[in-house]
Design a protein around this ligand. Structure first.
Ligand code: NDP
Length: 399
């Protein structure tokens, strides 16, 4: 019997929903590159239900208990007295979502004597100390592609809302006012702008495709170049070095994983290479941007706007400067956990667990670490080392 420890975000403040805004989810046939949707043998949830919060349990309880395993679900994840800290000691599998990350630091991995697999219910396993997982032979998996399009849609929304000055204009309505000049004084058209993505993987490419109809000029920087047909179809300009791309761009969107090469990539110097008045959208990971450098650039006007949904640590402390800096459009970490995405990643987690317990290989595209090395999607997108350095502090922090 295995103990499965699942860390999920808390239920809505008004309680677990009895009904929903919509009655169904659109059917998706597959992912844009041909990858198939998660395909567990069965699921025990209604697509469209809230699965990512504690009461939703990712729809796993019946399945796991039916096989005789123990499922522990908690949102209490930080601080030495947290339930996570206690339960992890004898857990075989830890499941966590990036939106409410259970930081699996080297210290916690050392304590977790039975730990064999860490599953990310979503994409992005930087909350796991990947180097420690490599050293201990722990398998790390994630549900590749499950919410890439969800995030791409969010990025487009944030680009438009920053450039068009949507949120401050909406505020005028909510506060009962009507000052057109105040709304218009920071509002521009996206048409004709130069938009660049740092990384053109699943999300980055989907953002480029979605921005194309706005008649913008598209740029990208990635370690690997896209096929030439894609470059010419979208009219993309590739930049070998990020430093060369930035001075051209009115809007920059960050879509690479957090790993040692990308931690603090956007510091004062990098932001200083951007055009004055550029917009920066980061839905990738908070630590890719230097927290105080972003706040400084908004104060000085070097950046006209910053938006995203990723922070460090998560949940963000009440006094995090990104809550109060000017001209920002931040949300909590939500872009990849729409009800649509939840149905896909809950099914993906179920598929991974079915494979694990039946001794069948887990799909290559879901693997991040296996057999003491980066594997599958992890070997392509991550680099070895520890980008969770500092997570020790996050794991101890209790908001
Ligand atoms: P992919 O693996 O498809 O794409 C990542 C891309 O980043 C790859 O093309 C990779 O390049 C590129 N890359 C890696 N390191 C660098 C670097 N140093 N410089 C430039 N490019 C680099 O992942 P997704 O697009 O699906 O997701 C990307 C990230 O978005 C995730 O890792 C996660 O952190 C974040 N995310 C956020 C979510 C949210 O809710 N806010 C939800 C889902 C993901 P190559 O492979 O060519 O080397």
């Amino acid at each position: 019997m295995a103990k499965v420890l699942c860390v999920l975000y808390a239920d809505p403040v008004d309680g677990y929903p009895a009904d929903y805004a919509r009655d169904d989810l659109p059917e998706i046939g597959g992912y844009p590159d041909g990858q198939t949707l998660p395909s567990p043998k069965a699921t025990d949830f209604q697509p469209g239900a809230l699965l990512g919060s504690v009461s939703g349990e990712l729809g796993l309880r019946r399945f796991l208990e039916g096989l005789g395993h123990e499922l522990v679900v908690t949102s209490d994840k930080d601080g030495p007295d947290s339930r996570f800290e206690r339960e992890v000691e004898d857990a075989e599998i830890v499941i966590s979502q990036p939106f409410w990350p259970a930081y699996l630091t080297a210290e916690r991995i050392a304590k977790a004597r039975n730990l064999k697999m860490a599953v990310t219910a979503g994409i992005g396993s930087d909350h796991v100390d990947l180097q420690a997982a490599i050293d201990r032979g722990i398998t790390v998996t994630e549900v590749t592609y499950c919410n890439s399009i969800s995030v791409a849609e969010h990025v487009v929304m944030m680009i438009l809302s920053l450039v068009r000055n949507y949120l401050p204009s909406h505020d005028w309505v909510r506060k009962g006012g009507w000052n057109i000049a105040d709304c218009a004084a920071r509002s521009y058209d996206v048409e004709g702008m130069h938009v660049g993505t740092v990384a053109a993987g699943r999300i980055g490419l989907a953002v480029l495709r979605r921005m194309k109809p706005f008649d913008v000029n598209l740029h990208y920087h990635d370690r690997h170049r896209l096929p030439s047909e894609v470059e010419s179809e979208l009219g993309l300009v590739w930049h070998d070095r990020i430093e060369d791309m930035l001075p051209h761009c009115d809007v920059v969107t960050i879509n690479c994983p957090l790993h040692p090469e990308t931690e603090n990539l956007f510091d004062d110097a990098m932001i200083g290479r951007m055009k004055r008045g550029a917009y920066l959208v980061n839905t990738a990971r908070g630590k890719i941007c230097d927290r105080d450098a972003v706040a400084r650039a908004l104060e000085s006007g070097q950046l006209a706007g910053y938006a995203g949904d990723v922070w460090f640590p998560q949940p963000a402390p009440k006094d995090h400067p990104w809550r109060t800096m000017p001209n920002h459009g931040m949300t909590p970490h939500i872009s990849g956990t729409t009800l649509s995405a939840q149905a896909r990643y809950a099914a993906g987690v179920r598929e991974i667990l079915e494979c694990w317990f039946e001794g069948r290989p887990i799909r290559e595209e879901y693997l991040i670490v296996e057999g003491g090395r980066l594997a599958g999607a992890g070997a392509h997108s991550y680099s070895e080392g520890n980008a969770t350095g500092g997570s020790d502090e996050a794991a101890r922090f209790k908001g």
